[in-house]
Design a protein around this ligand. Structure first.
Ligand code: ZN
Length: 159
């Protein structure tokens, strides 16, 4: 268990496409453990492997309901839309509005290699989209309709 360094915007690794995990070996399990530690250390909602410099399709998410680990996640279906502010551990101090589906159903493998499906609405749906975008080299700033102003950021930090 270890906290890994989070790669920041400007590092080319964030713009590369991650490869699927073909075998869930001890390196992948250690990566999952470390990504969980790193997520909690940084008080984030989600973290994708390229954000710690590893181009593998691995994601961890916690929207306050426990840690979700996704290996090779894929979006199966989406519905509705939500417009809300979004941030990223790799792009500190920038927040902006991004239109996302309000419902997202994903499939993935768990750490035992068992396939499962999971549905999310609201923040979880947003996190699924944001983290899977990372695996394709996409960042939320590509999709932002408007960045939050300094005043709006101050209001957020007071809450
Ligand atoms: Zn991010």
């Amino acid at each position: 268990m270890a906290i890994r360094k989070i790669v920041k915007e400007g590092d080319p690794v964030l713009r590369k496409k991650s490869r699927p995990v073909e075998e869930i070996n001890s390196r992948i399990l250690t990566l999952l453990d470390d990504m969980g530690d790193t997520l909690y250390d940084s008080n984030g909602v989600g973290l994708a492997a390229p954000q710690v410099g590893i181009l593998r399709r691995v994601v961890v998410i916690d929207v306050g309901e426990g840690l979700i680990e996704l290996i090779n996640p894929e979006i199966l279906s989406t519905d509705g839309e939500q417009d809300g502010s979004e941030g990223c551990l790799s792009i500190p101090e920038k927040y902006g509005f991004v239109l996302r589906p309000n419902y997202v159903k994903v499939k993935a493998l768990n750490r035992e290699g068992v396939a499962f499906e999971m549905e999310g609405t609201g923040l979880l749906a947003r996190a699924f989209c944001h983290e899977i975008d990372h695996l394709n080299g996409e960042l939320f700033i590509d999709k932002v309709s408007r960045f939050l102003t300094d005043e709006e950021l101050e209001e957020m930090s007071e809450e």
